[in-house]
Design a protein around this ligand. Structure first.
Ligand code: HEM
Length: 737
């Protein structure tokens, strides 16, 4: 399994063999014949899936030797400069431009980093472009302990470390490491990535292994410090200059004797069971469910990641999942390696509801076609633009009126808010808004709310884990599926109406555009523009465009009631910039930094989709030294980013200062990703952000919000916390200002 970067000693022999040693005194763990056994040498910037670097490590300090059979040796030097010099030297030797023997002849050959004090002649002759040994390396305790070293005990190196005259009995005089000390060019090298697919590469090579062995789990007891060379399958046979180098074979070695196989023949990055990220022990069929917090799985994931790290394997029932934790990891996956992390997991409940179609749950070409079309069409209809702003301003007017009608009496704001928010997406998709008194509209909104709550309930999660079983058992999911049929019937009715009234030269909304596309593509056998995808994508937009934004608004008001001083500060800012009468616009946002910061902080603190919408490995993915096998569900955990202690000053507190600089100006934070990130990120982000800003500013301009139970009576803890963090229902009072 992948463990960590480790410091290793590299020794370049005059024969052009690069020996990888544990330390100055150990026999080589691996030998690479540069000219015959190294296919190429690549720089860090060319390595696509460079595993996570240790603190202070740099991509441009890394390089890899590509070996036969998809194996490679990944190395990192202390600095980019040193790396460049290593590359120069190794390439020269590999390409035969500089013969190692010529190197030997140049007393100044470098890297001149010995495991003893520098020789007097070295510095004077030294090639200025050569890597240097840091002082730290010279005084390394490992170096100084050589008197007790393995080599010293063995029969090979009987001479004092500095004696240039003692010819070692069992060494080749041409070995830079073991030859005449004036030739010694043992190098304190570099960090070497140990373990896992990433490191495995050629590390297993040792001629002391029985050549026939292909066992992946061969211990190398002969490699321990207490073993003499002579015990290693024959005296000098370990030596880089020996015959066996010509016919290398690869095996697994547990270099540390801790049963954690640092290196094994894994064929490059290819998957082996042991290259899966670590995670808690899982039971057959039920996986980690018995130890998981069913009401808030993300809490268990956070807890486990303290033990298993930021990339871990978890089993939700029989389903293997890889959970990505923390800003660095999630960003690296979704943004830096977007092409690998864009897949969507099959979500049984949604597949059932959507009959397998539509943007949200699709992959491959279907997803690409639908996503491009959806984004373009939403933009054409003004998403993120002036036209959309006007629709939201218009809807705000209706919302304010409906609040006014409550006459400062307590009411549950949930459906007031969802009617307003939904009408914005309805204008885009259906080309119409619905009256707040429209009973059918309210019925649909209630179903959508129940649907999202159901997915976030333990029962909904159970359906997604054991769909076939749950289908056979009685339960709320059956009622849920029936209710969703009502929403589907509504959408179908709207599609029919659109078909009857369609004007090809003047599309009025998303459905019109889809119908036109459908006609244009009717002779294209590969088209994804058909009725099933249309129905499902319209359902996606209707549901996603309604519930997330309205729940965020509901939670925003809850937080403002809980923190009246923040509410008052926002009102003061709004009064100063906009006044009480002018309709708020998006242009006002830059003049309302405090308000903007509060809205961002509401989203961060609410953390509405803590686990993200699950992603999927549609192929084997190599990531940070692990292999995420095809068909693994991937959870790029938004909660872990929005609460990342390295990114936020007070991650567990509602604190608008997170988005303000010392001068009170709005300050961005890259870890603000409630809409996720990368190619699969929310398509409605700009619409949702516009709605949140315009609705909240309009409401605060006209009302003050309070709770009949006072600020302390507001319970911010979510009622449900699996797929979504669902805030509790509550009553508020809207008092006109
Ligand atoms: C506060 C409001 C919203 C939040 C927090 C939110 C969040 C998210 C998140 C986390 C995802 C999953 C991204 C991923 O898989 O990496 C997503 C996907 C999606 N969202 Fe939103 N969303 C919001 C509003 C909206 C709105 C208004 C719409 C409608 C226009 C919308 C439509 C979608 C769609 C269609 C997807 C699926 C995209 C795909 O699979 O390619 N969302 N959203």
């Amino acid at each position: 399994m992948f463990k960590q970067w480790k410091e290793k000693y590299l020794v370049l022999t005059v024969e052009g063999n690069l020996m990888v040693c544990r330390d100055a005194d150990s026999p080589p763990d691996q030998v690479v014949a540069l000219q015959s056994n190294c296919e190429s040498i690549v720089e860090g910037k060319e390595i696509l899936d460079l595993p996570r670097l240790p603190s202070g490590g740099r991509r441009d300090s890394c390089f890899a030797l590509i070996l036969p059979q998809d194996k490679f040796l990944l190395l990192m030097s202390d600095s980019p400069d040193e790396c460049t010099q290593w590359l120069k030297l190794l390439r020269k030797v590999k390409e035969g431009v500089t013969s190692p023997l010529a190197l030997k002849r140049q007393q100044s050959i470098t890297p001149c980093i010995t495991d003893r004090e520098p020789l007097p002649d070295v510095s004077s002759d030294k090639d200025p472009s050569s890597p240097h040994l840091s002082d730290k390396g010279l005084s390394s305790p490992r170096v100084r302990s050589r008197e007790n070293s393995f080599r010293h005990r063995g029969s090979i190196n009987q001479r004092p470390p500095h004696s240039p005259t003692v010819a070692p009995a069992l060494r080749s005089a041409d070995c830079l490491r073991h030859g005449n000390s004036s030739d010694v060019r043992a190098v304190r090298a570099v960090c070497l990535l140990m373990g896992g697919a990433a490191a495995s590469s050629a590390l297993g090579y040792l001629n002391s292994c029985p050549p026939a062995s292909s066992n992946m789990a061969v211990h190398a007891p002969e490699m321990t410090h207490s073993t003499a060379f002579s015990e290693m399958g024959g005296g000098s046979s370990y030596h880089a200059c020996s015959q066996a180098i010509e016919s290398p074979h690869f095996n697994s070695f547990d270099f540390e004797g801790d049963s954690d196989f640092d290196a094994f023949d894994c064929g490059g990055w290819k998957r082996k069971a042991s290259s899966l990220p670590p995670g808690p022990v899982a039971l057959p069929l039920i996986g980690n469910l018995p130890i998981m917090d069913k009401r808030a799985p993300f809490k268990s994931f956070m807890q486990w990641s303290k033990t298993y790290g930021s990339v871990m394997t978890v089993y939700l029932g029989p389903q293997r999942m890889v959970v990505l934790v923390g800003y660095d990891t999630v960003k690296e996956a979704l943004v830096d390696h977007a092409e690998h992390f864009t897949g969507r997991a099959p979500i049984p409940f949604l597949i059932n509801v959507l009959k397998g179609y539509g943007l949200v749950i699709s992959n491959g070409d279907r997803w690409r076609q639908l996503r491009r079309f959806t984004l373009t069409t939403l933009r054409d209809f003004g998403m993120g633009r002036k036209r959309m702003e006007q629709w939201i301003q218009e809807e705000s007017r209706h919302l304010l009126k409906s609040f006014e009608e409550t006459k400062s009496t307590p009411f549950d704001p949930a459906f007031f808010l969802s009617r307003a928010v939904s009408n914005v997406i309805c204008s885009l998709v259906f080309g119409q808004r619905f009256d707040y008194e429209d009973k059918n509209f309210l019925h649909l909104l209630q179903i959508i709310s129940r649907l999202v709550r159901f997915i976030s309930s333990p029962q909904g999660q159970l359906y997604n884990i054991f769909p076939k079983l749950m289908q056979l058992l009685p339960g709320r999911h059956h009622a849920m599926f029936k209710e969703i049929d009502d929403v589907r019937a509504f959408v179908m009715k709207k599609v029919k109406e659109h078909e009857q009234n369609l004007d090809f030269s003047d599309p009025k909304d998303f459905i019109d555009c889809f119908l036109i596309k459908l006609k244009q593509e009717k002779n294209n056998p590969d088209t994804e523009f058909h009725k099933d995808n249309m129905l499902a994508t319209v359902l996606n937009l209707f549901v996603a465009g309604t519930e997330t934004t309205s729940t965020t608004l509901r939670y925003a008001l809850m937080l403002l009631i809980k923190h009246p001083h923040i509410q008052e500060q926002m009102q003061r800012e709004i009064d100063r910039v906009i006044g009480q009468n002018r309709i708020p616009t998006m242009d006002d946002r830059k003049s309302l930094p405090f308000t903007d910061a509060v809205i961002h902080e509401v989203q961060r603190y609410l953390d509405i989709i803590p686990l993200n919408v699950p992603h999927y490995a549609t192929h084997d993915i190599s990531f940070r030294g692990y292999i995420i096998p095809k068909d693994t569900v991937i959870i790029p955990m938004l909660h872990s980013v929005l609460r990342d202690e390295g990114q936020w000053e007070t991650p567990w507190t509602f604190n608008p200062e997170h988005f303000l600089d010392a001068n009170g100006n709005f300050k961005k934070n890259p870890a603000f990703i409630p809409f996720s990130a990368g190619k699969r990120a929310c398509v409605g982000e700009s619409l949702a952000r516009m709605e949140l800003f315009l609705f909240i500013v309009s409401l605060l301009q006209k009302f003050s919000f309070s709770s009949p139970k006072g600020p302390d009576g507001v319970d911010l803890s979510p009622e449900l916390s699996s797929f979504g963090n669902m805030p509790r229902f509550y009553d508020l009072m809207a008092s006109p200002r």
